[in-house]
Design a binder for this molecule. Structure first.
Ligand code: NAD
Length: 380
């Protein structure tokens, strides 16, 4: 079975779907592993390191793509790349399936089995392959590092003969995987942290990291069976905004990570709230790829408002730590493959009864098979 890993083509994408370590593990399983030259150059994995691990660097990437049984890549492929795949091939990547209905149809048309990393269930068994978590955790860390570099204040308290420097105040909105890592990072750097999340279970986690949980009574919020936040009503969002305005006004750094799985992110920091913040403070909107939490934030751009607030618009903060983001992401791919590897047949067995397969396999045998997207496809 041939596994081919093309170099990423999306602008700004610095990660790769393979490291020399995971290549060695896949080869040990029995796969032939091929890669495009330069695959790991942005994440600091050299062609030679892949070759030393047993990877074949291909001379003709188009031919390799067309011949592969298994293709791994970080970002979704172009329509042309999907059409170039051979029928029966398996393709693993992030797919943004809620927004990419046409792409899903293209995969089905090409008779390619497409796995979406976003849809891997957040269960204990699937933890090793949970790419959303591995990347969100690094992004949460990177958000604090990027904000700290822009804020022009020190994060820790410092008692000096020339006077006391008070600690930076950091407000984290949304304390899931990224938010909790942002809290932990800011704490290590000595900041004073406050946080808010609509899922009540998060309060204990926030407190255990040494942050204060901001109390805002929104009525029933709860969470889905999968552990995700539920969408709030417009009234609840207005209450939340009012409850957070004062905390934002007092903060030097605001990091927003509030997402609602499969839906647009809620607008939580309004223009008025930004206008009420201190000059020199910094906002990082980590929900920009799904619409953003901050009014006025622009994907891919850093904005400085009239009152001197910087709003960072980085859409893939994990790429600022691409070496480690690649290390753990490639390990997620390898864990998925290992889970479904048939040792005897030396091939992948797409066990449709397996919960992880049911969660992550979107197309198979010429059809959209995932229950969440099959209905959409039938309706359109
Ligand atoms: P996410 O990226 O979908 O959302 C980020 C955070 O934003 C969440 O904590 C969510 O509650 C919060 N949020 C949504 N709307 C908000 C609002 N209006 N105001 C404030 N906060 C808001 O979430 P995630 O980080 O991917 O985590 C989702 C869930 O999955 C969590 O329960 C997490 O603990 C769980 N999880 C479980 C496992 C596992 O068991 N293997 C692994 C990873 C994550």
């Amino acid at each position: 079975m041939i596994c081919y890993v093309p170099a990423e083509t999306s602008p700004g994408e610095m990660r790769a779907a393979l490291t020399p370590t995971t290549a060695a593990a896949l080869i040990k399983l029995g796969l032939t592993v091929q890669a495009q030259s330069g695959l790991g150059s942005a994440s600091r994995y050299a062609d030679q390191a892949y070759q030393d691990a047993g990877v074949e660097i291909v001379a003709d990437p188009a031919a390799a793509l067309a011949a592969a049984d298994l293709v791994l890549r970080v970002r979704k492929p172009s329509d042309a790349d999907v059409a170039a795949l051979k029928p029966g091939a398996l393709h693993l990547s992030f797919l943004d399936p809620f927004n990419e209905k046409d792409l899903l149809a293209k995969f089905a048309e090409a008779k390619v089995s497409a796995v979406s990393l976003e849809m891997i269930p957040r269960t204990t068994l699937a933890q090793k392959m949970d790419a959303l978590s591995s990347q969100a955790s690094l992004a949460g860390y990177a958000a604090v590092v990027q904000a700290a570099a822009r804020v022009r204040s020190a994060l820790p308290m410092m008692m000096t003969p020339a006077g006391t420097i008070m600690p930076c105040r950091v407000f984290v909105i949304g304390a899931g995987v990224a938010g909790l890592q942002a809290i932990a990072t800011a704490k290590r750097m000595g900041a004073r942290i406050e946080a808010f999340d609509t899922r009540p279970v998060v309060e204990e986690q926030v407190k255990s990291l040494g942050a204060r949980f901001v109390k805002i009574d929104l009525g029933d919020t709860g969470q889905t069976a999968g552990g995700y936040a539920k969408q709030l009503t417009p009234e609840q969002i207005a209450k939340q905004q009012a409850g957070m305005a004062k905390v934002c006004a007092q903060s030097d750094i605001v990091i927003t990570t509030a997402k609602v799985f499969g839906r647009k992110a809620p607008t939580l920091v309004t223009k008025d709230m930004v206008a009420g913040m201190k000059a020199g403070s910094v906002i990082v909107d980590m929900a920009l790829e799904t619409g953003g939490n901050v009014e006025g934030a622009v994907a891919g751009e850093d904005i400085v408002t009239a009152n001197g607030v910087t709003i960072l618009g980085h859409t893939s903060l994990e790429c600022t730590v691409a070496t480690h983001a690649t290390q753990v992401l490639a390990a997620n791919f390898a864990a998925w493959i290992t889970h479904f590897w048939d040792e005897e047949g030396k091939t992948l067995k797409l066990d449709r009864d397996d919960e992880i397969m049911q969660g992550s396999l979107i197309t198979h045998n010429g059809a959209i098979v995932h229950e969440r997207f099959a209905a959409d496809a039938a309706a359109s």
